[in-house]
Write a protein that binds this ligand. Structure first.
Ligand code: ATP
Ligand code: MG
Length: 438
């Protein structure tokens, strides 16, 4: 019995009393993405396992340790998406989106699934907002992507979030770096964890983001990638920085950032904060020029980022950023008796048609508990319908905070009269606020 009323470890519920916070943040993200000319893409929660093996990379922590993979009844291997980039890239290819005109710019808001050690800021089901651009090799695309992430933080009023930037070069300059890393880590073979030992030959760069204390300690003094990038990559990086400078976006170059996914090339970045403890990376992204080709498409320079909503909301909470409360009920109608209930039922319908938030009793409560409920839901006005007033086709609307009362007809003139009161009263409170300031 206990099990069915307990959520699975690493998952969270977003409750009716809190969902407005998520909706607010998501709304800001959507609007910001749209300002940058991005359109939403929605892809399935699960994909063929192969897509992530290829797209995220066989030697990454995500693929080696964190995926929710299972066989379907039909014998197919399916994986719950651990991130959004691979699915979006698959959709780009499957629907030949390049025909819609390059660059293609898409944003997403989705849940991700990773079998990780659940802790503050690290869940097994979590939410990401991300943006992707396909078909743009120019450093302006990198700068635009970073500006977009930065603008989301700005719009939300998030402070103390640092942009850290690096370039990890292209396939060509990566060769020299990989050789240097291999030579370095060879010297610590007896200390590396098993996973990193296996990475030594296949992809030594992955050792740099191993979470084990010993490996990350060794990695601290490893050669950094910036020393090994080619002239082209270095020129690209300089241009990205100069566009960020022009846009007034502050950053620090952190040569240790390599990102946890295999598909990155050239620019990589993270937005990091110390407001929420150990899991301080709120957003990560970069260029992945090789991904579309890796998945079987034409070479298509592309880039993107993903931002974790849980961590973002934690930062906002830690920084005391107020999220506007949602609108509450405009009018609660409390009926007395069956005939009144029917009247109230029809009246709330017409209020809702005028886009007002209206409620009436749906559980057959007496007047007193109904008014208690109206208070609890923060109703702005209430109105009792019944008795002699109902016979006379009228009622009294009460403003809940000031207890002012207004008579309204219950015939066709009801909505107009209520709106008149509603508007005049909200103007009055604005006027009162001004008067109070003087
Ligand atoms: P970390 O190093 O913290 O594990 P990551 O490099 O695995 O992060 P990405 O794959 O870049 O993370 O995902 C982008 C963002 O998604 C992260 O910056 C973070 O905000 C969020 N994120 C990643 N994994 C989780 C998780 N398990 N729970 C909550 N948020 C997460
Ligand atoms: Mg991770």
């Amino acid at each position: 019995m206990a099990v069915i009323t307990k959520k699975v470890k690493g998952t969270e519920d977003i409750l009716p009393r809190d969902s407005y916070k998520w909706q607010f943040v998501e709304d800001v993200m959507k609007k910001e993405a749209e300002c940058f000319g991005f359109k939403e893409i929605r892809t399935p929660v699960f994909e063929h396992t192969m897509l992530f093996n290829r797209g995220v990379g066989e030697t990454t922590d995500v693929v080696q340790k964190e995926m929710y993979t299972f066989d379907t009844k039909g014998g197919e291997s399916i994986t719950l998406r651990p991130e959004g980039t691979a699915g979006a890239a698959r959709a780009y290819l499957e629907h030949a989106l390049h025909n819609d005109g390059l660059p293609i710019k898409a944003y997403y808001l989705l849940t991700c699934y990773r079998y990780e050690k659940a802790q503050a800021g690290r869940q097994r089901e979590f939410h990401q907002f991300g943006m992707e651009t396909y078909g743009a090799a120019d450093p302006r695309a990198d700068a635009e992507m970073i500006c977009a992430a930065n603008s989301v933080f700005d719009r939300l009023g998030v402070e103390n979030i640092k942009l850290e930037l690096n370039s990890i070069g292209c396939k060509n300059c990566r060769k020299n770096y990989t050789a240097a890393l291999k030579a370095y880590f060879e010297g610590y073979k007896d200390q590396l964890c098993d996973t990193c030992l296996s990475r030594l030959d296949r992809n030594p760069m992955r050792i740099l983001d191993c979470k084990s204390e010993i490996c990350s300690g060794i990695a601290k003094n490893a050669p950094t990638v910036l020393e090994y990038i080619c002239e082209d990559c270095s020129g690209h990086f300089d241009m990205v920085k100069s566009y960020l400078d022009a846009a007034g976006v502050e950053y620090t170059v952190n040569p240790t950032i390599v990102r946890g996914l295999d598909y990155y090339t050239r620019t990589v970045f993270e937005f990091v904060t110390d407001s929420i403890g150990a899991q301080g990376t709120v957003c990560g992204g970069g260029r992945y020029d090789g991904l579309i080709e890796e998945l079987g498409g034409q070479p298509t320079p592309s880039l993107g980022f993903a931002m974790g909503l849980e961590r973002l909301l934690m930062v906002m909470d830690a920084q005391g950023i107020e999220i506007p409360k949602p609108n509450t009920c405009d009018l609660y109608i409390a009926p007395l008796g069956e005939e009144a209930a029917k009247k109230a039922f029809v009246l709330v319908k017409s209020l809702r048609e005028s886009s007002l938030i209206a409620e009436t009793d749906i559980i057959g409560r007496a007047l007193k508990p109904q008014m208690k409920y109206a208070n609890k839901i923060g109703a702005k006005y209430s109105m009792v319908v019944g008795g002699d007033d109902l016979a006379a086709n009228k009622a009294v609307v009460k403003k809940m905070d000031t207890h002012e009362q207004f008579e309204v007809p219950l015939d066709d003139g009801f909505i107009d009269k209520f709106l008149e009161i509603y508007i005049s009263q909200s103007h009055k409170s604005v006027a009162d606020a001004f008067a109070g300031e003087q």
